[in-house]
Design a protein around this ligand. Structure first.
Ligand SMILES: *Cc1c(COP(=O)(O)O)cnc(C)c1O
Length: 391
């Protein structure tokens, strides 16, 4: 494939970033080697000085990892991608690579639990302070800006209530404050949403989710301009939260079916959300693809579809939620998402159990709330599995 990226996302997903060895293998190869040789002492010196391109050591360069990075960069429309061992390592690297003690983060209140722990408990100890604000009210972000604010951090749609943030509005506020906007694009993947097109500076992925798409490996990535990614790469090179060649290969090949899978996840999720909305036991459904969703119009401007995650509140509270979950025979009771297999979770007692009851109430996470990450099984089978528990 030629270097111009003027191809559609389906084409880029199977072709972008491929580099072939001397054997001209058709499918991308996995390079299991920790180091690389040089032709001479002079060549070694030139590589180390950065005067000659090419890999040195797999902590910071491996051809399989580099293929995965180049492919994801093409999908997101980013100048550069730096891969990491997990989504959390990617978020850590973003802060460690771009910020210093005494600087300030404004973050959405509705972000992944471990991300809150990272910002509040770990980075807080190193002098990076975080203020949490509403994902859906840009005025709160503007009001939270301080002279030392360096980073805005948001997830859209959020977990588990699928709140949608206005990426363009947040980017404008961040830029006026001299800060960067980072978007965790894990829920949509570039097949459904490209935050850089709406003015975001940094895109972060847990590749563990839809990019692999089959629940096999952990991985992560940070994407953005060449300038910004230099700091992030320097952290990788020095500190070593490196994506393994095997995991990179799994994710690289997983991305080839990304658009197909995201379309199928979305079709199933929309059908499930519509069906749930019609069930008398269900008080409310949260899905960005439904006209009843508070940010439906914004979601349809920013995203290709509503995505694969559906949450709903049962009228019967925690009892009804646990009964429904325990009655399933097909769905997996697990908090993971982005898998071919549908998963069902009770957020209040699992992913969000570390919050106090008051914090959960403020975040709108009721005791009757159930989250389904809709997989690729037949819709009729998923529906039948839930109908039994609802009855
Ligand atoms: C899972 C997840 C992460 C963390 O990714 P890991 O690969 O598990 O480290 C970060 N953000 C979101 C939105 C996630 O769902």
């Amino acid at each position: 494939m030629s270097e111009d990226n003027d191809y559609d996302i389906e084409t880029l997903a199977v072709r972008a970033g491929t580099v072939r060895s001397q054997f001209n293998e058709h499918s991308e190869a996995m390079f299991l080697t920790s180091s690389f040789m040089f032709g001479s002492a002079a060549e070694a010196a030139a590589r180390f000085k950065g005067e000659q391109p090419g890999p040195i050591y797999a902590r910071f360069a491996n051809p399989t990892v580099n293929m995965m990075e180049a492919r994801l960069a093409a999908l997101e429309g980013a100048e550069r991608c730096v891969a990491f061992s997990s989504g959390m390592a990617s978020i850590l690297a973003t802060v460690m690579g771009l910020m210093k003690a005494g600087e300030h983060v404004v973050a959405s209140r509705s972000i992944f639990g471990s991300t809150v722990q990272l910002f509040s408990n770990i980075l807080g100890r190193f002098g990076v302070e975080t203020t949490y604000v509403s994902p859906t009210d840009p005025a709160e972000w503007r009001a939270a800006v301080k002279p030392n604010t360096k980073l805005f951090f948001v997830e859209s749609p959020s977990n588990p209530l699928t709140e949608v943030s206005d990426i363009r509005a947040l980017a404008d506020i961040a830029h006026a404050a001299g800060a960067w906007l980072a978007v965790d694009n894990c829920f949509c993947s570039p097949a459904l949403q490209k935050p850089l097109e709406f003015g975001a500076d940094i895109v972060i992925h847990s590749a563990t989710k839809y990019l692999d798409g089959q629940g096999r490996v952990l991985g992560g990535a940070v994407l953005g301009s060449k300038d910004l990614m230099e700091g992030v790469f320097t952290f990788l090179r020095t500190a070593g939260p490196t994506l393994s060649a095997f995991n990179a290969w799994v994710i690289l090949k997983g991305m080839e079916t990304l658009s197909l899978r995201m379309d199928a996840h979305s079709r199933n999720a929309l059908a499930l959300a519509q069906w749930l909305e019609a069930q008398p036991q269900v008080a409310r459904v949260w899905y960005p693809g439904l006209p009843s969703h508070p940010q439906h119009e914004l979601a349809m401007r920013q995203q290709k579809t509503g995505g694969g995650i559906v949450s709903f509140e049962l009228k019967g509270g925690k009892n009804a939620a646990w009964k429904l979950i325990d009655a399933t025979k097909l769905l997996s009771i697990t908090a993971n998402l982005g898998d071919t297999k549908s998963t069902i979770t009770h957020p209040a007692s699992t992913t969000h159990s570390r919050m106090t009851a008051e914090q959960r109430a403020a975040a709108g996470i009721g005791d009757g709330l159930v989250r389904i990450a809709v997989g690729l099984e037949s819709m009729a089978d998923i529906q039948a599995d839930l109908a039994r528990g609802l009855a």
